[in-house]
Design a protein around this ligand. Structure first.
Ligand SMILES: Cc1cc2nc3c(=O)[nH]c(=O)nc-3n(C[C@H](O)[C@H](O)[C@H](O)COP(=O)(O)OP(=O)(O)OC[C@H]3O[C@@H](n4cnc5c(N)ncnc54)[C@H](O)[C@@H]3O)c2cc1C
Length: 483
């Protein structure tokens, strides 16, 4: 059965080792750097019990993201569930539990990928999926190697255990040491997957391991980045960063013991890679992410409309054109979701499942990574200086001397000072704050770096049809063809 928000919060009090600003965090549900976001995530769990949303979010008492889709209709139903959670954070919580839940369902759709001579991870992959779905757990993942030196493979780095590797093998499991990036929402998760989504070199066998562990496992450390939630003055002043700071952490395994039943891939560079790309796991990631991206563009476009209305520039033709472009991008983002569903594919060799179309899913990453920074820039240009010329705190509006001054000078026709300050603070949190900068980097990189996904599109995109069409044109005439 799905958990309540309170049950979810209680599950985070498990002795997990989280570090922030040189101090160990005793309880993420109470610490001022994390507690509001934890409460926002708990709110998602509560939505599953809400009569308005439970039928969309769950089926048979399990969140829909955990279901292995069997038809086009199942994909649509899953997207409708993704949309409810995406709207709850206006698209700013990227790694809600449904993200990796879709990945786990992808593993369960094609468990044969995990079977090799050396280690049979198929039963473990199915058990992983079942454990998460039945416990309604929050899975996260760290599947990129620390940057350190991108010209060398994992095994060629200056030290052996910079990238997570196996340091000991025991009867009941393995011991691992090293680091992974970037654990988005890992501090809020119940389990974290440690693996590698990019190809490893043949010499990287010791690093070719993938496993999932409870976040509270001894030796597993999460080193948090700056908390934007901690830096927020109030919900009024920083409405997004105060509540939707999903956190990013460096994951360090300090001689962590992993039981065999948690090991999905072991000393096998092929399985460590194929588990993401040959199962529907990655395409399922994109299905969730594309739905959230569409929602985020809807939200940002709404902000743009409200800001231009507040500035009374909304009717200017040049401004209307930019709003038209933004609305066009919303439709584009939506179209990618619908088209990926409509071009769904059977999971080849799987257990009767389907997945969104690969070609369009992969292309979505290119569109989103390129469109997001442009969208932010367009809205900043529409907003002008008002998003900066704001009182440091909304409390100034209540001050006996400052309040009257702000009400006189920080207003627009039909928009009194309090409404204007509220709107523009929300806009700046979304567009120009440190939190906003992190979101721009997120949208560019969370699905891998462009040099990787552009190459992949070049290899796997439908180049044959494009080339054939151009060739057919060339073949239709020659030097002897007249006017
Ligand atoms: C906010 C955020 C959240 C994230 N969350 C997660 C998460 O939860 N889990 C997770 O596993 N990962 C996460 N990621 C990590 C993400 O998977 C990586 O950022 C991504 O894989 C790209 O790797 P990288 O950042 O190391 O960039 P790099 O691979 O180092 O690339 C950076 C730049 O270096 C250049 N470059 C590097 N190598 C080459 C090359 N061979 N050829 C040409 N140019 C090159 C390119 O200009 C490239 O854009 C997150 C990233 C961000 C930014």
């Amino acid at each position: 059965m799905t958990r309540s928000g309170q049950e979810y919060l209680a599950s985070l009090r498990d002795g997990r080792e989280i570090w922030l600003d040189g101090e160990r965090v005793a309880d993420v549900t109470r610490h001022p750097a994390f507690r509001n976001t934890a409460a926002s995530l708990a709110g998602l769990y509560d939505l599953a019990h809400d009569s308005e949303h439970s039928a969309v979010l769950t089926r048979g008492g399990v969140h829909r993201a955990y279901a292995v889709p069997r038809s086009y209709e199942d994909l649509v139903a899953r997207r409708e569930a993704y949309k409810v959670w995406a709207e709850a954070s206006f698209g700013f919580l990227g790694r809600t539990p449904d993200y990796m839940a879709g990945g786990a369902a992808g593993f369960a759709a094609l468990p044969g990928v995990f079977t090799t001579g050396a280690h049979d991870g198929a039963a473990n992959a199915l058990a992983y999926h079942r454990r998460l779905a039945e416990g309604d757990l929050y899975p996260t993942f760290t599947i990129a190697n620390p940057q350190i030196d991108r010209t060398r493979s994992a095994a060629e780095q200056e030290e052996d255990d910079l990238v997570v590797r196996v340091v000991a093998e025991k009867d009941d499991g393995i011991v691992v040491r090293g680091a992974k990036m970037i654990g988005t929402a890992a501090v809020f998760g119940n389990e974290v997957i440690v693996g590698t989504i990019e190809p490893l070199a043949p010499q990287d066998a010791e690093h070719a391991v993938c496993f999932s562990l409870p976040v509270g496992t001894p030796g597993l450390k999460l080193l948090s980045r700056t908390s934007y939630e901690a830096g927020a003055r109030s919900v009024f002043d920083n409405p997004l960063s105060s509540r939707f700071d999903e956190n990013d952490a460096l994951l360090v395994c300090d001689d962590v013991f992993v039981p065999w039943e948690n090991v999905l891939a072991y000393r096998d560079v092929d399985v460590a890679f194929r588990m993401w790309w040959h199962t529907p796991a990655y395409v399922n990631f994109v299905h969730q992410a594309a739905t959230r991206f569409w929602t985020k563009l809807e939200f940002l476009t709404g902000i743009a409309i409200l800001v231009t209305k507040a500035n009374n520039t909304h009717q200017l033709p040049q401004v209307t054109q930019v709003i038209g472009r933004l609305l066009g991008r919303v439709a584009q983002a939506k179209a990618f979701v619908l088209a990926a569903e409509a071009s769904y594919e059977q999971v080849d060799g799987g257990r009767g499942g389907v997945m969104p179309g690969k070609d369009i899913s992969f292309a979505q990453r290119i569109m989103a990574g390129e469109l997001y920074p442009r969208t932010v820039e367009d809205i900043k240009l529409l907003a002008g200086g008002g998003v900066v010329q704001l009182p440091a705190s909304g409390q100034d509006l209540l001050h006996p001397e400052l309040g009257p001054l702000l009400r006189k000078y920080v207003r627009s026709p039909g928009t009194p000072a309090e409404d204007r300050v509220k709107l523009l603070k929300l806009a700046w949190d979304a567009l120009g704050s440190e939190f906003a900068g992190r979101h721009e980097q997120y949208e560019r990189f969370y699905h891998g770096a462009p040099h990787v996904y552009l190459m992949q599109q070049a290899w796997e995109g439908d180049s044959a049809s494009c080339e054939a069409l151009a060739r057919s044109c060339l073949d239709g005439y020659g030097l002897g063809t007249g006017r």
